[in-house]
Write a new protein. Structure first.
Length: 95
């Protein structure tokens, strides 16, 4: 858990309070051909289905894949962090 430092009036409200963040609040919003990652700092990152790949928006530093056999999603962010989400978009593991 960490505290966000932002300009006046732009604090993020989460389960742990305004201005505080927790990585476990991340989630995926699943659409037919678009997936939106709601990040722990309040930012959003979009991925669009192109063929069999989920392509990130130009500003996104991450790779998203769907694991059909397990029905889960894997996100690798900044080539360092790996996150797994269940079939409903709920975060289940961080590495």
């Amino acid at each position: 858990m960490g505290q966000l430092v932002r300009g006046a009036g732009s604090g993020v409200c989460s389960e742990v309070g305004v201005g505080w963040t927790d990585p476990w609040v991340m989630r995926l919003e699943l659409g037919a051909d678009t997936v939106t990652l709601h990040q722990e700092n309040g930012a959003q990152a979009q991925f669009v289905l192109e063929g069999n790949d989920w392509d990130p928006a130009p500003y996104v530093q991450g790779q998203l894949s769907f694991n059909a056999g397990a029905g889960t999603w894997t996100l690798v962010r900044n080539k360092l962090e790996s996150m797994t989400f269940d079939g409903t978009g709920r975060l289940t593991s961080l590495a």
